[in-house]
Design a protein around this ligand. Structure first.
Ligand SMILES: [Zn+2]
Length: 289
């Protein structure tokens, strides 16, 4: 069984990317697993701070790990956007395969300092834990947006600079890097986000010798995502599109079955709706027709 690090490096060698999908509940974990199992590709289940507080931190790790062991399947659990060193340590200690330290609201120097501490903590453990860091602000919430999030600017001068990425990775020892390349968290109403700057992705990949992670890919076109993967992206994050699919299908399911009170019945269609989104995305990420 590959570790998450090996799975991502193997994806890079093949010119494809590993899909990362967020979960708030076990229905999402089921949908993500079924989709990946159908397509026989590795997958990462991500839990943000809010999502893992809702699910339970040890429970999130235990559920994903139990699937991995029972089915001998490459499914990994990631502590998505973690904003403090305390919570990085909590996630490392809880057994997450990878942890994202997000210091994008700090100055470059403070982000470097905290990221370096996060990496050092992971390295002090006797198992392999991937630490991903973030450089460049792309907004914070996975929701449907009427306009770009506050503080997010996607003109060329505000995107992550290749020389900054190189310095950041060198000084922190981060295993993976999430840059700002025109991507935003959440997606614009209507589902069409601004185009990604593929040349910038390629330039950052050239400068920084680690797999890049594309966050906020909900709302980006399949062509843009495929081009970004070719240019150096090893993991692609999707959250909002799953949330939208779940909510829509849940509303419909409740409307169509007003007297049904068994969650395992009225939640079937919402699970299927999420699974469909995950499969569509995994096909793009893994170049499956
Ligand atoms: Zn993200």
């Amino acid at each position: 069984m590959n570790t998450i690090r090996e799975a991502v490096l193997e994806a890079r060698r093949k010119g494809v990317a590993v899909g990362h999908f967020n979960a708030s509940n076990s229905e999402a974990v089921t949908a993500i697993f079924r989709a990946a199992q159908n397509l026989r590709v590795p997958v990462v289940v991500g839990f943000s701070e809010g999502e893992r507080d809702f699910f339970g931190i040890p429970q999130a790790v235990a559920v994903v790990r139990s699937i991995r062991e029972k089915y001998d399947f490459p499914i990994y659990v990631n502590a998505d956007h973690t904003y403090s060193l305390e919570r990085v340590k909590e996630a490392v200690d809880a057994g997450f395969d990878s942890v994202i330290y997000d210091g994008t609201e700090l100055s470059f120097e403070d982000n470097v300092k905290a990221a370096r501490d996060a990496v050092a903590y992971a390295r002090s453990k006797d198992r392999d834990i991937v630490i991903e860091c973030e450089l460049g602000f792309i907004g914070k919430s996975s929701k449907v947006l009427d306009e770009l999030p506050d503080g997010v600017k996607i003109s060329a001068e505000h995107l992550t600079k290749p020389e900054d990425a190189a310095r950041f990775v060198k000084e922190t020892g981060a295993d993976m890097l999430a840059p700002a390349v025109g991507n935003v968290h959440g997606m614009l109403r209507g589902g069409k986000d601004p185009a990604l700057d593929i040349e910038r992705v390629a330039a950052i990949a050239q400068a920084a010798p680690v797999p890049l992670v594309l966050h906020g890919a909900s709302g980006n076109s399949a062509e843009d995502i495929a081009a970004a993967i070719k240019a150096g992206v090893g993991i692609v994050h999707i959250n909002t599109e799953l949330r939208v699919a779940f909510r829509k299908a849940l509303l419909l399911s409740l409307q169509e079955n007003p007297d049904e009170v068994a969650p395992y019945k009225y939640l079937k269609d919402p699970v299927k709706a999420m699974q469909k989104v995950v499969e569509e995305k995994l096909k793009i990420f893994n170049n499956i027709q």
